[in-house]
Design a protein around this ligand. Structure first.
Ligand code: HEM
Length: 481
């Protein structure tokens, strides 16, 4: 039975929708744990171990209550903040650790480099770096597309945040940020577990934070000497000079968060989208025709992007069915009534893009990748949250979307991608993100407009319905006829 179907035999028997179990189960496999809670309890539930409860909201109404009320539901950095005066404490002082007026004031400043006008300046950087990556691809080879997308997004994020002129230092900052983010993610879920041993890899995390901070300070010093550029750090420094009130430590915290928030979420979204396209030849065919018509197979110019309707639907559907960011949490700042629960101050509340995006009452056939549903679908903001919602909604969403809408046509204009037959594709939510946990091998061929799906194995089949393998679809020949 598809996991999204409610089991009548499991109707709640307790007065409150509470499952007594191990909170570590949530950290071990968030999707499996949250699916069980939803099947058993519906749109709101709690997981209880001894005296500790974690609350979960899955339906749009509860999402709205939690996400729109930033006064009662505070954000909290997802991992340990480190000792006072440590680099870890300073680097985790970005927007995710701020609430109330402080968050509003800083968000206004941090948002400035992400306005529509500002992000259009990044068009050429995306086109150039995509072309550089593709120049090294050879028809006939099989590539682990997740390795490629992770490396590509590291370069792109470095350039956009720090500029093209300091590529070596920018890349080094990127590599160090990545390691620091990975360590945070490996410690992060322990925050949910009662009596968890947070010292695990703690010293390593503190040392990684020190090293990253030193590199970031070098970058800050360089940019202070010349902040005339269009990179995010220069724009932030100029915004800071106009508005004032942001210390160097806070600036470092913002930049570290921006890098961490942007890099892997974007890399995974590209990976999952390319994989889903490879497995859905008819969608791929429709996209190929659109790209041929609008751009002639070249990377799109800015003014062409809004005409790529199939691409828009493909991305929306990919971020619905396999959202890079699968869940996030809030902490109650005061006692709150949430559905049948009366929450005390300090209670953790989790909302989940993955579960909300798979609710059958919102998205019929929720496990299927059906971009055409977006021809008529217009979900409420809290029913579709790849970039979150409310006052803390992702401020990099428009930039990420622009990057995808240039990168995907750049790849697909030159190459045809087909999954390696019988490849094992596995995915897992680690901390909050949906990672590929095995290779995602795609075969690279010259783009000839003929697409077919190859059979794959792995736990990916528990997350999304993949159609059976197909024989090639001869797009262009059929079109000419
Ligand atoms: C596919 C790519 C991305 C996804 C899926 C994504 C997802 C999200 C989500 C779900 C949130 C809200 C978290 C919450 O409410 O707890 C968020 C917040 C945030 N994102 Fe993104 N993001 C992406 C790309 C980016 C990029 C490119 C940047 C910047 C360069 C960025 C910067 C941020 C920041 C700073 C926040 C915190 C906002 C605040 O607390 O006010 N993200 N992102």
């Amino acid at each position: 039975m598809p996991p999204s179907l409610r089991l009548a035999s499991e109707a709640p028997t307790a007065p409150l929708p509470v499952t007594v179990g191990r909170i570590a189960d949530f950290a071990d496999d968030p999707v499996v744990c949250m699916r069980r809670l939803w099947v058993r309890h519906g749109d709101i539930a709690a997981l209880q171990e001894d005296a500790q409860r974690v609350y979960f909201v899955f339906g749009p109404q509860f999402n709205k209550q939690v996400l729109s009320d930033s006064q009662r539901f505070h954000a909290r950095f997802f991992t340990v903040r480190g000792p006072r005066h440590s680099a870890q404490r300073r680097l985790t002082s970005g927007l995710l650790s701020m609430n109330g007026d402080e968050h509003k004031r800083h968000r206004r400043i941090v948002m400035q480099p992400f306005s529509k006008a500002a992000i259009s300046e990044y068009h050429d950087a995306v086109t150039t770096l995509a072309a550089e990556m593709l120049d090294s691809w050879r028809p006939g080879e099989t590539r682990d597309i997740n390795v490629d997308m992770t490396d590509y997004m590291l370069r792109l994020t470095s350039c956009i945040l720090f500029g093209f002129d300091e590529q070596d230092l920018a890349h080094r900052v990127g590599v160090l940020t990545d390691r620091w983010v990975a360590l945070n993610h490996s410690i992060g879920p322990a925050a949910f577990i009662p009596d968890a041993d947070l010292t695990y890899r703690y010293d390593e995390l503190l040392a990684a934070a020190e090293e990253l901070e030193t590199a970031l300070k070098d970058m800050l010093r360089l940019r202070r000497g010349n902040c005339a550029g269009q990179d995010v750090l220069s724009l932030l420094l100029r915004a800071h000079d106009d508005a004032g009130g942001v210390s160097d430590d806070e600036l470092l915290g913002h930049v570290a968060l921006l890098f961490g928030a942007a890099h892997l979420t974007s890399a995974h979204t590209l990976t999952w989208t390319l994989f889903l396209l490879a497995q859905h030849p008819q969608v791929m065919e429709a996209l190929h025709l659109e790209l041929s018509d609008v751009t002639g197979g070249a990377p799109p110019r800015l003014e062409q992007i809004d005409r790529l309707d199939v691409l828009d639907r493909v991305l929306k559907e990919s971020m619905r069915v396999l959202p890079a960011s699968c869940y996030s949490q809030r902490i109650t700042a005061e006692p709150v009534v949430l559905g049948p629960f009366s929450l005390p101050r300090g209670a953790p509340v989790v909302f989940s893009q993955f579960i909300t995006h798979h609710l059958p009452e919102l998205y019929p056939q929720p496990e299927s990748f059906l971009p055409d549903r977006w021809r008529t679908l217009n979900p409420a903001p809290y029913a579709y949250l790849p970039f979150g919602g409310g006052p803390r909604m992702c401020l990099g969403g428009p930039l990420a979307t622009l990057q995808f809408k240039i990168t995907l046509p750049s790849i697909l204009g030159r190459f045809k991608l087909t999954a390696e037959p019988h490849a094992e594709i596995n995915a897992r939510v680690m901390s909050t993100m949906l990672f590929p946990t095995s290779r995602v091998p795609l075969q690279i061929d010259r783009q000839d407009g003929e697409f077919h799906a190859a059979p794959v194995t792995g736990n990916i089949h528990t997350l999304v319905n993949l159609p059976p393998a197909t024989t090639p679809v001869a797009t262009l020949a059929r079109r000419a006829a």
